[in-house]
Write a protein that binds this ligand. Structure first.
Ligand code: ISL
Length: 556
């Protein structure tokens, strides 16, 4: 029998380095800051850190525009700090993965500068450059507003950028580009990095000839051209090649490949992460974040029943050897508690109940959980008051675009507040009054609310944070909760969800039940004697709003 790979049993934690911990008072989080907080993450029970970008970057898109893949962003520290951080993780039995942003580079990367200087030379082939004509080469749209093409007067060329104008798409059809990327991965693997989260990795292969996008699909998805790159013709081939040439160390160990795969859907996602496919190990399936018909900019209440239903359905569609990633937040999305509760998110009773329900769902289903910094302390959306407080290029561009299209300031602001990525990017509130920096934070300090800093949450045994910690410990102690069978129980009542987790020998059985509504509802599944590990002292006839229960059942 083959051994279970480590990442199937691991709990991942996403650090947004800019906003985690500042060590030198410049208001920007840094590597020494992260290093100084490793004991907190070990205490929480984290197995693997994922750091959002820390490579040298002009930060047009907060590090997702890399200038040098082998250098550390000056504001975040030095290579020696990075080596110390890797060592610090490994000494505590934790692993660490980095963010590999290679669908595009910054326009300040040497490759792009060389391409500009000599578009006919070898570096011209590193990007998608097209002759300067009156119109952009095709009708594709950028995710960050406007055409996906930027005209470069110095070179009389158009260059493709699916994201910001300073993020130019690399031409993966060029074997030289693929070799450079494999080299970058090997460089970091040799430094001890345990793998990568791979940014928009499903976008790397584009349809030959870059044909126009279909208008209807563009309307439907919101971005014209997407059908020409979201699952491109060479995608699988390039990922398998990178696995072999980049992620596989000389000793045969393979670094974990976690694909960030927006818009991929369940069926296509399987083709990328399926155990037999030899491409990625895990993919993030973003359909979990919004129910069908909703987008991030819509102001609506997310139904926790959908979160459970999405993963139930997903789990029935993968084979028994496949493995899924479980996540509800990241640095690109508002806080989940706020999506569920809306303006009631500051009510401590509801806030705790929803935070705990989310933790329970994420930590008792099969799959690999990814927790985003601050999720574990019950963070909610930041109360921003003015567009001038925001820093994210996507929010700023979108706001300007909406106003230019004639929308009122009020309506445009409401949209930005529903979906802004800056909600999740404010600094982690370590203690009352901050604790992130001694200087002025680069983005508004988080208004956590009384009781919701890390220090206060740690001190309160019933806090969201302590529930995360207990559930993580439980999952580690009882493999039934990590890798055991799952059986969803039909209850016949909307708002009541329940599932069993069972160890292969049947000796261990766990019952999880969640009230996904803000109302008191009847408890449905009768069970004999059980030991309640999370929830009210006894299983009464009804469940409180958003109540979650984890109970150990007698073996059959
Ligand atoms: O915000 C989005 C587009 O409207 C998301 O779809 C997001 O851009 C997408 O998930 C890709 O995200 C990743 O790549 C981006 C970067 O801005 C995000 O922070 C990153 O997570 C470009 O590198």
């Amino acid at each position: 029998a083959t051994e279970t790979p480590w990442w199937k049993e691991a709990i991942f934690y996403q650090v947004y380095p800019r906003s985690f911990q500042d060590s030198d008072g410049d208001g920007i989080g840094d590597l020494r800051g992260i290093n100084s907080r490793l004991d907190y993450l070990a205490w929480l029970g984290i197995d693997c850190l994922w750091l959002s970008p820390i490579f040298d970057s002009p930060n047009e898109d907060m590090g997702y525009d890399v200038r040098d893949y082998r250098a550390i962003m000056a504001e975040m520290g030095t290579m020696a700090d990075m080596e110390a951080l890797i060592k610090g993780c490994h000494e505590r039995g934790m692993r660490i993965i980095l963010d590999l942003v290679v669908n595009h580079t910054s326009d300040q990367h040497d490759w792009f500068q060389a391409a500009l200087a000599d578009p006919e030379g070898p570096y011209g082939e590193y990007y998608f450059l097209r002759p300067g004509s009156a119109q952009p080469p095709n009708n594709w749209e950028s995710f960050f507003s406007g055409s996906a093409w930027r005209y470069l007067p110095e070179a009389d060329r158009w260059a493709l950028h699916l994201f910001a104008p300073g993020q130019l798409d690399l031409n993966w059809d060029n074997p030289g580009v693929r070799a450079e990327i494999a080299d970058i991965v090997q460089f970091w693997r040799a430094k001890g990095v345990d793998g990568f989260r791979m940014d928009v990795t499903n976008y790397i292969s584009k349809s030959p000839g870059l044909p126009d996008g279909n208008e209807f699909i563009g309307q439907l998805i919101g971005f014209r051209g997407i059908e020409h790159y979201f699952y491109g013709p060479k995608l699988h081939e390039y990922l398998a090649e990178l696995r072999r040439d980049g992620f596989t160390s000389p000793d045969g160990q393979v670094g974990v490949m976690v694909g960030e795969t927006p818009g991929i859907g369940v069926e296509t996602g399987r083709l990328l992460s399926g155990a037999e496919r030899g491409a990625l190990d895990l993919v993030f399936n973003f359909n979990v974040l919004e129910p069908p018909g909703k987008i991030r900019w819509d102001d609506y209440r997310y139904d926790l029943a959908y979160l459970i239903e999405f993963y139930r359905d997903y789990l029935t569609r993968v084979s028994s050897s496949d493995w899924i990633a479980l996540f509800v937040e990241n640095h690109d999305n508002p806080r989940m508690i706020s999506k569920v509760l809306g303006s009631a998110d500051r009510d401590p009773v509801l806030r705790d109940a929803v935070g705990i329900a989310i933790a329970t769902i994420q930590l008792t289903l099969p799959g690999t959980p990814f927790i985003f910094q601050g999720q574990e302390t019950g963070s909610v959306n930041q109360p921003f008051f003015d567009i001038g407080e925001l820093r994210d290029v996507e929010s700023l561009n979108r706001y300007a675009e909406l106003l230019a299209a004639g929308m009122s300031e009020e309506a445009a602001w409401a949209q930005i507040m529903a979906g802004s990525r800056d909600h999740a990017r404010t600094p982690l509130a370590w203690e009352t009054g901050g604790g992130f920096t001694t200087g002025a934070a680069w983005l508004a300090e988080t208004v956590a609310g009384p009781g919701y800093s890390v220090a206060e949450q740690r001190a309160n045994p019933d806090s969201v944070l302590n529930v995360y910690r207990r559930l993580i410990a439980l999952r580690r102690e009882h493999p039934a909760l990590a890798t055991g069978e799952v059986t969803f129980l039909a209850s016949g009542q909307r708002g009541y969800a329940a599932w069993l987790r069972t160890s292969p020998d049947g000796a261990e059985r766990w019952l999880v039940e969640v009230n996904t509504t803000g109302r008191r509802i009847a408890r449905r599944i009768p069970e004999g004697p059980c030991e309640i590990v999370l929830g009210p002292p006894a299983r009464g006839a009804t469940m409180a709003p958003y109540e979650a229960v984890v109970a150990r059942l007698r073996p059959r």
